[in-house]
Design a protein around this ligand. Structure first.
Ligand code: SF4
Length: 326
């Protein structure tokens, strides 16, 4: 889609916009299902990069301590609990610039993925930059989706990150696409960008081929110590408009209402679900930031008659691991 097409959709009268988005959602998805994803930081803090929103950058004094890469057995314990709690997707994130074939830490991640993928959940990782060889190795180990966000518009991006470029991100995404893993790619709003920047970001996403399987929409959590610590919370109606526009532009994508839900009211979240968000991170912690408690989310879902998306059942062996074919 072009920017002007997206702008026209985004600017339509609010209730027309969310009604249209709900219609598109019902055409492509099962009524009231929400996918529950659990996110685990398997390597926290001490990152060399300077992403202005991130508490894990070693360049900012945020109080987040650098930790070692978590052993596979510890990750498995968390993954098993996540599955018992209804998660159908398990995402693992590591705070570093990227991964390289042959590196001992990458080999350890591959082994962890092999083990986690046997649990029957979708397996997503976010490990920063990679090239085709690493992407193929991850796919072979059982990763179903790779998360790598473009964060914002190409124009606003240099205000937020200077240690790697927007093009670096697109190159990683191209490697992921070529490997056959699904692409999970979205961005963050509330970093000081304009509404036009948000739509430019969406324009880039809608022109991916294949389209992203999943689009996380994060609201900045202004972390103390980061350059963006003073940013004001995102306006709820701007967020709902963006979610609705994303749903209309990318009807088959899971639209994930990701970071920042602690700042949204229950009513605000309900509007986001109506407008087409169909996935949340579940569990009281994101990578380093707070998330609503699992009990709160269960209660909200019950009150809205939302059901957790049923686990996938059609698993096929892939090179010794299991994959759900995504
Ligand atoms: S977002 Fe990722 S790459 Fe950027 S500073 Fe944080 S951990 Fe590092």
């Amino acid at each position: 889609m072009t920017l002007s097409e997206l702008q026209r959709i985004y600017d339509s009268p609010f209730f027309d916009l969310i009604a249209r988005a709900r219609g598109v959602f019902l055409e492509h998805w099962t009524g009231n299902e929400i996918q529950l994803c659990t996110l685990l930081s398997i390597k926290t803090g001490g990152c060399s990069e300077d992403c202005g929103y991130c508490a894990q950058s070693a360049r900012y004094d945020t109080g987040v301590k650098a930790e070692r890469l978590m052993p596979a057995a510890e990750v498995m314990a968390v993954a098993e609990r996540a599955r018992e709690n209804g998660a159908t997707r398990f995402c693992m994130g590591a705070a570093w610039k990227g991964v390289r074939e042959g590196d001992a830490r990458f080999e350890q991640v591959l082994e962890t993925v092999r083990q986690v993928s046997r649990l029957g959940m979708e397996v997503c990782v976010t490990l920063g930059q990679l090239s085709l060889n690493e992407a193929r190795a991850l796919k072979g180990a059982g990763v179903t989706a790779y998360n790598h966000n473009i964060d914002t518009s190409p124009e606003f991006y240099p205000e937020i990150v200077t240690t790697h470029t927007f093009q670096d991100r697109l190159d990683t995404i191209a490697a992921v696409q070529e490997s056959g893993m699904a692409v999970c790619c979205g961005g963050i709003i509330g970093m000081g960008e304009t509404e036009r920047d948000r739509l430019r970001m969406l324009e880039v996403l809608t022109n991916f081929d294949p389209a992203p399987e999943s689009v996380p929409i994060n609201c900045l959590i202004a972390m103390p110590g980061t350059p963006l610590e003073e940013q004001a919370p995102v306006d709820i109606f701007q967020l709902v408009r963006l979610i609705a526009t994303t749903r209309i532009a990318l009807p088959h994508a899971k639209v994930r209402l990701s970071a920042g839900r602690t700042r949204l009211t229950r009513e605000g979240q309900a509007l986001c679900f109506f407008a087409g968000a169909n996935s949340i991170f579940y569990g009281d912690k994101l990578l380093t930031a707070k998330n609503p408690g699992a009990d709160q989310d269960r209660q909200l879902m019950e009150e809205l008659d939302l059901l957790p998306q049923a686990p996938f059942t059609d698993f096929h062996p892939v090179e010794g691991a299991l994959s759900n074919g995504v």
